[in-house]
Design a binder for this molecule. Structure first.
Ligand SMILES: NC(=O)C1=CN([C@@H]2O[C@H](COP(=O)(O)OP(=O)(O)OC[C@H]3O[C@@H](n4cnc5c(N)ncnc54)[C@H](O)[C@@H]3O)[C@@H](O)[C@H]2O)[C@H](O)CC1
Ligand SMILES: [K+]
Length: 216
C-alpha cells in the first residue's frame, strides 16, 4: 500500500484540527501514541531488562513518559531521564509526569544509565524540533548513540528535521520509529531513513480528511 507522508506544518494542522475542531482531547491522542509505541516495543524482540526513556518536556516527551508508565504497569524495569525544566512542560506532559510519579518510576540523572540500558526510548524531540541541538540535549543523544542498547524513537528520531531529514547538530540513530498518523517527509530522505530504522506508522485517530463519509 502506498502510504502518504506529511510535513511538520501538516502534522501540526491535523493535530490542532483533531483537538480543537473535532474535540478529541490531547491527552487521548497522547495515550494512543503511547499505546502504539508500547505495542510495537512488545511485538519486537528487544531485551526489556533495563529500559530507559529519555524525554524532554514537549509533547514528544509526554508520549515517552506515558510509554514508561505502560511498561512499568506491565512489571518492567523502566527509568526516566528527563531533560529540561518540568515546570515549563506542556500541560499534557506535566500530567504524564504526575502519573509517572504516582507509579514511582525512578528519574535518573546519570548518563551512564543510558549507556548501560538494554532498550532506550527516544522521546526528546518530535515535530517540534526547531533549532540546533546543543548542551545537555546533545550529551543525551550522544549517550543514546554510544549505548549498545536497541533504540526506539517516538514520532521522529530526535535531531532529525521531519521536513528535510537534516541532522540539527546531532541525531538519534534508532532501530525503529513509531511515527504518528502518517509518515513524515523528512524520514523518507537518505538521512531520515538512516536514523529511523524500521518505521511503524501508528493510527492514533488523526486524519488528513475528516472521515464523515463513514458516519453517514
Ligand atoms: N499535539 C498533540 O496533541 C499530539 C502530539 N504528539 C506528540 O507531540 C510531538 C510534538 O510535540 P511538541 O510539544 O509540539 O514538540 P516537541 O515535543 O517535538 O518539542 C518541542 C519542545 O522542544 C523545544 N526545542 C525545540 N528544539 C530544541 C532544541 N534544539 N534544543 C532544546 N529545546 C528545543 C521547544 O522549545 C519545545 O519546548 C509530536 O512529535 C508527537 O510525538 C502526539 O503523538 C499526540 C498528539
Ligand atoms: K523522538
Amino acid at each position: 500500500m502506498m502510504s502518504k507522508a506529511i510535513t511538520i506544518a501538516e502534522a501540526q494542522r491535523y493535530d490542532a484540527h483533531t483537538i480543537n475542531e473535532i474535540g478529541i482531547p490531547a491527552l487521548v491522542l497522547m495515550e494512543r501514541a503511547a499505546l502504539a509505541t508500547f505495542n510495537n516495543i512488545l511485538n519486537d524482540d528487544f531485551d526489556l531488562s533495563r529500559i530507559v526513556v529519555v524525554a524532554a518536556t514537549g509533547n514528544n516527551g509526554g508520549d515517552g513518559i506515558a510509554v514508561a508508565r505502560l511498561l512499568k504497569v506491565r512489571g518492567l524495569n523502566v527509568e526516566i531521564y528527563l531533560l529540561g525544566d518540568p515546570d515549563s512542560a506542556t500541560p499534557q506532559t506535566k500530567q504524564q509526569l504526575k502519573i509517572a510519579d504516582y507509579y514511582s518510576i525512578p528519574r535518573i540523572t546519570d548518563l551512564n544509565r543510558i549507556v548501560n540500558a538494554t532498550l532506550i526510548v527516544d522521546a526528546i524531540f518530535g515535530v517540534g524540533l526547531s533549532r540546533l541541538i546543543t548542551g545537555k540535549f546533545a550529551d543525551a543523544i550522544n549517550a543514546i548513540n554510544a549505548a549498545d542498547a536497541k533504540t526506539v524513537a517516538i514520532d521522529v528520531p530526535s535531531g532529525i528535521n521531519a521536513d528535510t531529514g537534516d541532522v540539527l547538530g546531532v541525531a538519534v540513530v534508532a532501530d525503529s520509529t513509531t511515527t504518528m498518523a502518517y509518515n513524515k517527509v523528512g524520514l523518507l530522505t537518505t538521512s531520515g531513513k538512516q536514523h529511523s530504522g524500521t518505521i511503524h506508522v501508528a493510527d492514533i485517530g488523526i486524519y488528513a480528511q475528516d472521515r464523515l463519509e463513514h458516519a453517514r
